[in-house]
Every structure is written in C-alpha cells, then in structure tokens.
Design a protein around this ligand. Sequence first.
Ligand code: M6R
Length: 615
Amino acid sequence: MCGIVGYIGKRDAYPIIIKGLQRLEYRGYDSAGVALYNDNEIHLCKTKGKVSDLKEKAKTDISTEGKLGIGHTRWATHGVPNDVNSHPHYSNSGDLVIIHNGIIENYESIKKELKNRGYTFKSDTDTEVLVNLIEDVQKNEDVKLGKAVQIALNQTVGAYAIAVFSRKKPKEIIVARLGSPLAIGVGEDEYFIASDASPFIEYTSNAIYLEDGEMAVVRTHKPLKILKIKDDSLVAPYIQELQLNLEQIEKGGYEHFMLKEIFEQPQAIKDTFRGRMLEKEGMIKMAGMDEHMNKFLNAKRIVIVACGTSWHAGLVAEYIFEELVRLPVEVEYASEFRYRNPVLEKDDVVIAISQSGETADTMAAMKLAKENGAFVFGVCNVVGSSISREADAGAYTHAGPEIGVASTKAFTTQITVLTLIALKMAYEKGKISKSDFHMHLQELDRIPEKVEKALKYNDHIEKVADKFKDAPNFLYLGRGFNFPVALEGALKLKEISYIHAEGYPAAEMKHGPIALIDEQMPVLVIATRKGHYEKIISNIQEIKSRKGKIIAVVTEGDEQVKDLADYVIEVPETMDSMSPLLTTIPLQLLSYHIAVLLGKNVDQPRNLAKAVTVE
Ligand code: M6R
C-alpha cells in the first residue's frame, strides 16, 4: 500500500525522502512523487514507475533543495497508475500540496459539491478532492491550515494517513491518521514523518505513533502539537524508543529480502519463544495471556480471523488447538467475517493474526468481534501496530522486520506463538499431562536447529526449481497439519512467480483435481513420516499412475517415498503438530528459486502490497 515520507528540519529534505521511499518500497507501489519547499515555491515531481524513475526525472525537472518536503509511493486505488494520478497533489490555487494513503469513500459527493463551486480536477483520485476540500474550508472559514485540515477530515468517510503543507506557511507539515499508519520520528530540531519507522531509523530512535483519529502539527519553531481530529482536544505526545536497527532492515549480503528472511527463521523462532518458554521451570510465560487467563480457561470456542498467509497460520493453529486443547476452533477470512452476521458469544476468544498489524479487513473483523462482546487477542509482528493496539491483549511474534512482500518468517513465528498459546491453555486446563507438556516444550526448543538443517537443502531445491520453472501450473498436497502448509506453498508460488498453483488436502484430489494430472503437472506432496504416511503414499501412487511429476517433502532417511517420487526434499523428523515449521521451509525456497530463475521481482511482486490497508 502507499508509503508516506516527510521531513522538516535543518537537513536537506530530498535525500532523506528518496531514501525513505526506497525503504518503503516493500509495501508495494506503482508510482512515486515528491514535493519540496524552497525559494518561496513548491517544487513537485512525480511519475509512474519506481523511486529510481522519480530520481531520474527530478534531476532535470525540479530543484531538489529545501529543508521541508513530502514524498509518496502510490498503490493505485482510484484512477489507473499514471503520472497525473501519482501523489503529491496540488490544490487548485497551487498553495497546498498533499500525500495520502487510504481511501476517501465519500469523495464523489464532495467532488460534486466542489465542482459546483468552481473547482477543477486533473486526476481521478480521491486525494485531489481532499486537498481541495481543505483549501475550500480554509478560504471560507479563514482558519489556519491545521484547523482547515481538521474540519475537512470531519467531513470525510474512509481511511487515511495524510501529510499536507502550504506554500504560504512553509514552516509546518500537518499530518493525520485514521485507519492507515503514521509515525513521527523525533530528532533534535527536526521531525521525520513516515508510514513506519524504517525511513528514519538511521536518524533517530525516538518515535511517536499517531493513534487513529489523531492529527499533528509538525513544526520546528514551536513544540509539536497532537490533537484529536474529532473535537480538537490536545493529546500529550508519547515518545517511544525504537528497538529497530538499520541492519535489520537491510539485505545483509543476501540477494533478496525474501531469501534473507527465509534464512532468518531459526533465529526468528528462537526470538519468538525467548523469555516465554521456560523449559526448565516447565512453564510458558506470556504476559498478554497471563493477565487474561480466565478468558482463555473459560473459552467455549476460539475464533481466528486473518488474511493470506496469516490465515494459513490460523488453519495450522486450528489443528493444534483441537488436538491439544480439545476446543472447537473456527478460522475465518477476516474479509468475509466482517461482512457476515457472525454468531459470537461472550465466552469466545477471538484471535486476530497479522504480520503487519495494519490489515484493514483483519482490523475491521476484530472491531466487529469486540462490539459483539468477544475478547480479542492479537498476534502481530509489528510492534505498536494498529491491531496490536486495538486488541484487548496480545502477543508479538518478534520475528523482526519482514520486508519481502511474501511472508516467510512471519508464518513460522505465528505458528510458534500459536503453539505456545495452545500448549499453555492445554496444560492449565489439564488437557495434557505434565510429561506431555514437557515433551512438547523440549521439541519446540529443538525446532530452530531443525529449521537450520532444513535450510541446508537450499542448493538441491534450487536444482529442483530449475526443472520445474517453466511449468504453467502446480498442485500442492498435504494432509492434517500439513494441509495448510500446502495452501501456503501454493500461495508463495503464485504471488512471486505468477505461476498458477493450488493447494489441496491430498485426499480431496480424487474429488476433482485428479482430472488435471498428466505428465505436464508437477505435484508437490508433503509426505512426512508422522502425518498419515500410508494414506499419503496411496495418494502419491494415484498421481504416479497418471504420470504426474512428483516432488515430495519427506522425513530425513525416508526410502519408501524416494522410490516413488521424481524428486525428494528432506526435512528433519519432528512431532506431527510441529512439522509445519519444517515442511514450509522447502516450499518457501522452491517458490523463491523459481521466481528468481524466471527473473521476477521477488521482493516486490506486481500488484501486491505488504500491508493491505484498504478493503
Ligand atoms: O500483515 P498481515 O499478516 O495481516 O497480511 C495478510 C496478508 O495480506 C499477507 O499474508 C499476504 O497474503 C502476503 N502477501 C502473503 O505472503
């Protein structure tokens, strides 16, 4: 989704903004732009394409000097990706300039009214409507820019993070948020504005995260002012110290962020259970859960809401919870849940899973659950994100920044947190014995080392990828705990290589997909020893007798499947319930190598955004 960067202070704004936009590239975008103030003028440059295209264009088109500026990467919602629809947008007078992430839902009616009052529009965007609404308010009510922004926003319906400044008062940037993230980096006599902290982490580790419904007047000649958009009331700034460092958001020698993040999984999983899994004491400590243990112990049902990969982690959790806690679990696409009339009881525990913590559908689903009286627990990766703040309680995955658009370490760390929750519940409810609980903890403790071993097959997987890179379709099959892994493997391949792939429970194949199998169809089968092994072997035989090409993910040392499959990829042995943490590794690597061999943009696949902040 769109990325926002801004700067006001003593340094040159342009290089900070450009670098910041590059750091936000992972969010997904189709055009980029910048507006700078210098010499009593706004210097604006924007273009369809990448930040590198913007840099080229800016070289000839504008003066890139100035100590105040805003920049934007656009992910098209209203209007096709082109130069005109790119941000920033001027108001009709040319005095105001704005960047926006989100959607103004009632922009058509506002546009109509503004047109009646003589305003004209160059673009098809809702954003250009907003900046003109602000201008109109300022003109009619003779108020300062901050007040005009506040009045205008109160007339809008929708979601936004905006930054706007005026040529007439070039000493401040007005920012506001509702439903889209916005952080302010606080330096010495300087401020940074961004969709997340990555654009300013090298300049300051002090940040303010605006809450939904807040706006700020960012200026260096007077103290920063934060207020509620609704009623103007002042909010005391809460400055957080960031734990993030520059190294974490750079590639560290890997060709792509995705590969780096795949290889970070042993450490990420360790970080997820660090301080929580007290193996010697035989307990799991999770502050968010401990404080609300009665909710978990009295829960009659668990409802999981999430999207994409996080939804797949939720499906794995369904199997784990049902096995260990013996509670009914429902896993819902957040986007469906929010538009149904879901039956929710006060004894339901709703778990919202989200890497970014900003996914609009998941956020809306959790709000609906709260309105219906359910207790909502958030499982997020991004600290301070909207979902983590909105939840009644929660647990962070602590995976570190995930920059590649395709989720990898987010998935395995989500499963790790959900396993910890299930184990703790099961133990405290007396559903598993002490020795069983210990056995699970010990095995979980060994998982990072086993993931490390699974990663050692990388070169072999690259060779397998080379054999299948030109296949137009793929089937992924798994059973039990590994059925969601099959779905996740298919999603990974689709999103970064653009090859059509489908995931299925292996036994479902005979109810339809088997018709697709011929010598052209690669079928990836997860066939680990503990997961319905004999049944899976029968499924493999069914594929083989129809000449399908079989790539099997097997337990180390397996001989039986090796005889049947065209290619095997080994993973270490583990408990069935923890096998998704290992079987997912070769699937991530396979899709990565196929995409690289096909020359695709692995970290920023077309049409995709890292945080989907619109519905
Ligand atoms: O940030 P979230 O976990 O809420 O994101 C949910 C999905 O948008 C995300 O998992 C998406 O499917 C990824 N591209 C998967 O790799």
